[in-house]
Write a protein that binds this ligand. Structure first.
Ligand code: AMP
Length: 307
């Protein structure tokens, strides 16, 4: 039977970002977890976006979604301003300080799934309030094949019970190492993974920035390095682009098994590595599928060896 390319739903932020890195300053550029995710995933499959923007979000801003396989029927327009986030990176680019988080229209966001989204088999719940993440799952009419979730220290600390409830319905958790330790209250990452499996997910993807990513499954592990880059201008969106490449590849292949999960790790790393080469979405905007395949092959060359 031929594998079917499956649609992939994402809920999360569409934002304007102010970015400051050692390489420059951008006062206002398009960003948001769901934006990075959708663009990255659309190289592999059809994406159904759920989010909210304000009346300051122009047709030109929405241009990022046009000409790609991104359905924006679930992108609501509300009165007020679009979510705004400002961040600054220190010299080593691993440390990020959040300067401003203005929720704006995001504060009253209540995600509504268009009818055409309700039977989607692959779902990514980007970093938002765990109750909102769960409300998306409640609107789905058929049991999804794979639900992946991202979260952050803010929700782990402030809404632990709500997060635990949502995790019960999640198969893949994608977070960084600090968040892993915090969620599991365990320093050792493998022991932390065991605790997280008891909360619901069967797979944990630990994102480690320039050091790559580690996948811990109940029975096996798989690691990818960070792709060595000569130029890193802005790490914003790396995690969401990773998630977009990862989930996009899985949905595009129509199968979830050991082999596709491993390849998804590589495609996630490929998309994340492209995203950081320029500010904001600039690199993903011009990215071509053949460049993705070429870098995936370089990942393979980088890591293969004989025993
Ligand atoms: P990443 O660098 O992959 O963690 O994602 C950065 C993106 O997340 C930026 O474009 C921000 O607009 C967005 N973002 C930052 N803080 C939040 C938040 N509290 N909730 C939702 N999105 C956020």
């Amino acid at each position: 039977m031929k594998n079917q390319r499956m649609p992939l739903l994402v809920v999360g932020s569409v934002a304007f970002d102010a970015l400051e890195t050692p390489f420059g300053k951008v006062p206002r550029t398009l960003g948001g977890a769901a934006t990075y995710f959708s663009v990255a995933a659309s190289f592999f499959t059809h994406v159904q976006l759920v989010g909210v923007v304000g009346d300051d979000f122009s047709k030109r801003d929405a241009g990022i979604f046009r000409g790609r396989r991104i359905d924006i029927r679930g992108l609501e327009r509300a009165a007020g301003k679009t979510f705004f986030w400002a961040g600054r990176y220190t010299d080593d680019m691993n440390d990020r300080v959040t300067l401003v988080t203005d929720l704006n229209v995001f504060a009253a966001f209540n995600p509504q799934l268009p009818v055409t989204y309700r039977r989607t088999p692959y779902i990514f719940l980007a970093n938002i309030h765990p109750d909102l993440q769960r409300s998306v799952l409640q609107q789905v009419e058929r049991r999804p094949r794979l639900v992946a979730l991202d979260t952050m220290n803010y929700w782990i600390e402030r809404t632990p019970a709500e997060l635990r409830e949502t995790l019960k319905h999640t198969q893949v958790l994608m977070i960084n190492d600090t968040e892993t330790r915090q969620l599991a209250t365990e320093r050792n990452l493998l022991r932390a993974a065991r605790r997280i499996f008891a909360m619901g997910p069967h797979t944990l993807v630990i994102k480690r920035g320039e050091h790559g990513a580690l996948m811990v499954h109940d029975k096996w592990m798989f690691a990818v390095p960070g792709y060595p880059l000569e130029q890193v201008q802005d790490p914003t969106g790396a995690g969401d682009s990773f998630a977009g490449g990862f989930m996009g590849y899985l949905a595009g292949s129509g199968r979830v098994n050991g082999a596709t999960l491993r390849r998804a790790m590589v495609y996630g790393s490929v998309l994340g590595s492209f995203a950081v080469e320029r500010f904001g979405l600039d690199r993903l905007r011009t990215l071509a599928r053949r460049e993705i395949e070429a870098r995936a092959r370089r990942f393979w060359q980088l890591t293969r060896f004989s025993l």
